[in-house]
Design a protein around this ligand. Structure first.
Ligand SMILES: *[C@@H]1O[C@H](CO)[C@@H](O)[C@H](O)[C@H]1NC(C)=O
Ligand SMILES: *[C@@H]1O[C@H](CO)[C@@H](O)[C@H](O)[C@H]1NC(C)=O
Ligand SMILES: *[C@@H]1O[C@H](CO)[C@@H](O)[C@H](O)[C@H]1NC(C)=O
Ligand SMILES: *[C@@H]1O[C@H](CO)[C@@H](O)[C@H](O)[C@H]1NC(C)=O
Ligand SMILES: *[C@@H]1O[C@H](CO)[C@@H](O)[C@H](O)[C@H]1NC(C)=O
Ligand SMILES: *[C@@H]1O[C@H](CO)[C@@H](O)[C@H](O)[C@H]1NC(C)=O
Length: 677
């Protein structure tokens, strides 16, 4: 007492505050009602040890006092996640192979749910249990029946973490037959009646239609089967909205946290989150877009897909081609809260994501195929840009994307689908440091916002454990042959800066109302025919404004009778002088292409032969999938001075294919360069 009496008022205050908090914590631990009021997550002071129960022949159960995880034995399906008031957050009405499962779309669009055959305990301590469910491909029994892969699906439950880590080690031996693998992912189907609120980012959150609202008695299919108009949803407030899983897509670099919240009047709300702390195992680099969560309620962890890239992304494996890759780990995280649940659970999901990122690469995984921090290396350097038509001095490549990916051509990372990629962004001085790189052979690639083209550093870079490789100063010379005469757009590999029309008021999805997401609305491509009713787009350099007068996608127009017609856009500009003998350059950067051909003509729209054609390109489907870009393509078209005239000139850009509404390109940026001076 004496000691307490001697304390200053401030210390007393702190003391009583601490006592009060402890008392509250004690109360909350002992009373269901109070504990529900506080956010409940894994960091309690005395988390229980992790326990493994294997007595049942068909299933194993891991329990850490926070969550109980049940896995089919030996098929490796995730069949139960018991958490808080939920006996199972996964849809208990579904069959075991349809609750939480890996699947691979291979060869002729066959789906293999990679049912495993062997169960093994990898680690079992009080702090952690890691289990392996594996399968060895067998020519006699599996040829043409199962994807030719040796598979090892791993589950880890840790003390104090309310969730389960999942990763997979997939391997092809040289003697395996050729195969296509278009898609590799983990899918989770949650309790349909409970998980209604979906969150993908700070702004992309909404109450979702139920899976059954997409059935034909409750909705109308739009231009393709994934998009529906909700005509009679269970929640009448959603009537008249559009739902399409591709509206919930995300670039790899941002696809780190998404999931669902189950709200209830009587119980604390529960959140289910897919947390992806690293992109190293995803394909196509930082800008590859993929699915996240969607009506079902479904949550996906996408590893490989052709989405927003099409058949250009690498998915073929030849006979004699060995391959091994670790997908994950990802964390399936569960949290709960009873007040302000949507915000609290989303914010707590972000907190947990940051914790996972900080502990990446994990040091608790049992597979030797997943190197921890000591088994990895670093690569650093500084990237400068040399473009004397913009600046006589070297420029620092600010906020450039710099990455290590398997050796290939400049820009090949965006269609690379088999190896690991490691990306970062440069600082204000163009400096970069890529950490936690797995041992291997790479090229260093980059692209710089504001500049066209692709950077690649020529020598292969071999990373070994513990390496700290400094590449020094690297210089990027973007494509450039002469001074800029005019330009349209911003070289940023998207069409976001162009005119994105308002959606049809009858075809809106309220999750895309934020200004940066407006391009995700359904049906914007159709608006071209409304807006350019009397003739195709004409852009006049010096008069037009690309954010208002350049439609975000070069699409077909309505031809009546459900047909589509090709369209020709014009760029009008003035040349005061023309160099008859010099060469001009048209830098034509595309942000997307689907079943399209762009033909370029100078001044003569009727010439039989176009001066330049891209030929048939692309299948990234970015327009249909509500992307603002797909794959990037750059054409540097050399044009002799005799194609131009003094005074008014016109460039005709024809997209000649019109088999359907989605034959299209998006432009990223167009620049006309004068002759070298
Ligand atoms: C492959 O399956 C066949 C038929 O079940 C079996 O006889 C053979 O031993 C298996 N091969 C291996 C390597 O397991
Ligand atoms: C594993 O990493 C965590 C931080 O992510 C660290 O606190 C812990 O000491 C590490 N454990 C070992 C065995 O290295
Ligand atoms: C770089 O690596 C690739 C793939 O391993 C290899 O084909 C190529 O020959 C290497 N290039 C050089 C210059 O070593
Ligand atoms: C182009 O239009 C946008 C959007 O209306 C506007 O913010 C911008 O200032 C305009 N640019 C010019 C050069 O007028
Ligand atoms: C539309 O199709 C009908 C029936 O095939 C045909 O009679 C009509 O001429 C077509 N209209 C146009 C504008 O092509
Ligand atoms: C212009 O380009 C053509 C074809 O690429 C080339 O043959 C010619 O030498 C170039 N002329 C000049 C002045 O660079």
């Amino acid at each position: 007492m004496e000691k307490v009496a001697n304390r200053s008022h401030l210390t007393q205050l702190v003391f009583w505050l601490v006592m009060t908090i402890e008392l509250l914590l004690f109360l909350s631990a002992s009373s269901e009602q109070l504990s529900a009021r506080k956010l409940l997550r894994g960091d309690t002071t005395d988390p229980l040890q992790v326990q493994l129960e294997t007595s049942d022949d068909n299933r194993v159960v891991i329990d850490n006092g926070l969550v109980q995880v049940t896995i089919g034995n030996p098929n490796g399906y995730l069949i139960g996640l018991k958490y808080k008031g939920f006996d199972n957050v996964l849809e208990s009405r579904n069959k075991d192979q349809n609750k939480g499962y890996w699947d691979i779309v291979w060869d002729d669009n066959a789906i293999d749910k990679i049912e495993t055959e062997q169960f093994k305990v990898i680690t079992q301590t009080d702090d952690l249990v890691e289990l392996s469910f594996s399968k060895t491909w067998n020519y006699t029994t599996d040829y043409r029946k199962a994807v030719p892969l040796n598979i090892d699906k791993r589950y880890i439950v840790r003390r104090g973490v309310s969730g389960v880590y999942m990763y997979g080690i997939f391997e092809r031996l040289a003697e395996f037959p050729a195969a296509q693998m278009y898609q590799i992912r983990i899918a989770f189907k949650l309790q349909e009646d409970k998980f209604r609120f979906m969150a993908l980012s700070d702004t992309r959150q909404r109450v979702m239609p139920m899976g059954r609202d997409r059935n034909s008695d409750r909705s109308q299919t739009l231009a393709f089967k994934e998009a529906v108009l909700l005509t009679n949803p269970t929640d009448p407030r959603l009537r008249g909205e559009v739902d399409d899983k591709y509206q919930y897509s995300c670039e790899n670099k941002d696809n780190k946290l998404h999931g669902w919240i189950a709200e209830s009047d009587d119980n604390p709300a529960v959140g289910f989150w897919v947390i992806t702390p690293s992109n190293e195992f995803r394909t196509g680099g930082p800008h590859h877009q993929d699915l996240t969560s969607h009506a079902g309620p479904t949550a996906l962890s996408m590893f490989v897909s052709t989405h927003y890239a099409g058949k250009d992304i690498e998915t073929s494996y030849n006979e004699g081609e060995p391959w091994k890759k670790v997908f994950g780990p990802v964390l399936i995280y569960l949290n709960s809260a009873s007040e302000d649940a949507r915000k609290t659970l989303w914010e707590d999901g972000k907190r947990q994501l940051n914790q996972e990122i900080e502990s990446w690469p994990y040091n608790f995984t049992g597979s030797e195929d997943f190197p921890n921090a000591d088994g990895r290396g670093k690569v650093s350097g500084q990237l400068l840009v040399r473009d004397r038509y913009m600046d006589n001095d070297l420029m620092q490549a600010q906020s450039a994307f710099v990455g290590l990916a398997p050796p290939g051509e400049a820009g090949s990372w965006q269609t690379e689908g088999k190896g690991y990629q490691f990306w970062t962004q440069t600082d204000q001085n163009g400096r970069f440091k890529i950490e936690n790189v797995r041992p291997g052979e790479y090229n260093l690639y980059a692209w710089v916002p504001g500049f066209i083209g692709n950077y690649k550093s020529d020598p292969n870079i071999t990373v070994e454990p513990g390496n700290d490789i400094n590449l020094g100063t690297l210089i990027y010379d973007p494509p450039r042959n002469g001074p800029t005469l005019w330009e349209i757009g911003i070289p940023d590999r998207t069409a976001a800066e162009f005119y994105v029309p308002d959606p049809y008021p009858t075809l809106m999805n309220s999750i895309c109302i934020d200004d940066v997401d407006r391009y995700r609305q359904y049906g914007l491509w159709e608006r071209y025919s409304d807006i350019y009713r009397h003739g195709d787009l004409i852009y006049t350099v010096g008069v037009s404004n690309y954010s208002r007068n350049w439609f975000y996608a070069h699409v077909t127009r309505d031809g009546g009778n459900s047909t589509k017609r090709p369209t020709t856009w014009q760029i009008k500009y003035n040349l005061e002088d023309v160099s008859e003998t010099g060469n001009y350059t048209l830098q034509l950067a595309l942000a997307s292409a689907s079943y399209a051909e762009v033909q370029v003509r100078f001044n003569d729209p009727d010439s039989d032969r176009a001066y330049f054609t891209t030929r048939l390109i692309g299948s990234d489907n970015a327009v249909a999938r509500h992307g603002i870009h797909g794959l990037y393509r750059l054409y540097s078209i050399i044009v002799p001075g005799n194609q131009f005239q003094k005074g008014e000139n016109t460039i005709f850009l024809s997209q000649t294919r019109s088999t359907g509404a989605f034959d299209s390109v998006m432009y990223d940026y167009i620049r006309l360069e004068g002759p070298t001076n």
